[in-house]
Design a protein around this ligand. Structure first.
Ligand SMILES: *[C@@H]1O[C@H](CO)[C@@H](O)[C@H](O)[C@H]1NC(C)=O
Length: 173
């Protein structure tokens, strides 16, 4: 199997996992935000705002990942699915995930023991957000690194940054 084909086949899995983790954190942070709004039972404004930020990061990911994926799948030759678009999307997404995960880690101290924690409500949910945040960030680090490699290839074959991630035509399976 050529490298191009390997990229074509594994792409949906990597982006699919980013999407699924985004759905999980979207539901957890959405639930927490609604709790905080109704019950005002957050420990600090920082905690509330950082959970809200998580909701934004999750929504960004859940909305945009399927669009980028579909463009790659159905319009690979289009500039809308070019190396440049992938680089920009992945870079922004990579930055906002690590920002969200590290900010919430800073607020809670990270890795809270929920059987001894007496400070934060929803200890398990906060720990889950942080864990999924880092998992998605690690996944995105790998995908972004792959994308840089593909950008270099596109550049070298003379397609520049507006070229496709891979060379093989759409029809070819
Ligand atoms: C969390 O605290 C409980 C009660 O002190 C303790 O038994 C347990 O080992 C702690 N768990 C971790 C992962 O530190």
């Amino acid at each position: 199997m050529s490298f191009d084909k390997a990229v074509q086949r594994t792409y949906p899995f990597f982006f699919g996992f980013v999407f699924v983790f985004g759905v999980i954190t979207l539901s957890i942070s959405g639930w927490l935000v609604s709790r905080y709004e109704n019950l005002n039972n957050f420990e600090s404004l920082a905690e509330r705002d950082r959970v809200r930020y998580f909701l934004f990061v999750s929504a960004w990911t859940v909305l945009l990942t399927p669009i980028v994926m579909s463009l790659f799948t159905f319009a690979r030759r289009s500039k809308a699915s070019s190396v440049l678009v992938h680089l920009v999307f992945l870079f922004i997404t990579w930055v906002i995930w690590i920002a969200g995960a590290s900010a919430l880690t800073q607020t809670t101290g990270g890795g809270m023991n929920c059987s001894t924690n007496t400070i934060f409500n929803y200890c398990g949910q906060l720990n889950a957000l942080i864990a999924f945040g880092y998992i998605n960030w690690i996944l995105l680090t790998f995908i972004f690194a792959m994308c840089i490699l593909l950008a270099v290839r596109s550049w070298k074959r003379g397609d520049g940054l507006l070229g496709s991630l891979i060379e093989i035509p759409i029809e070819e399976k």
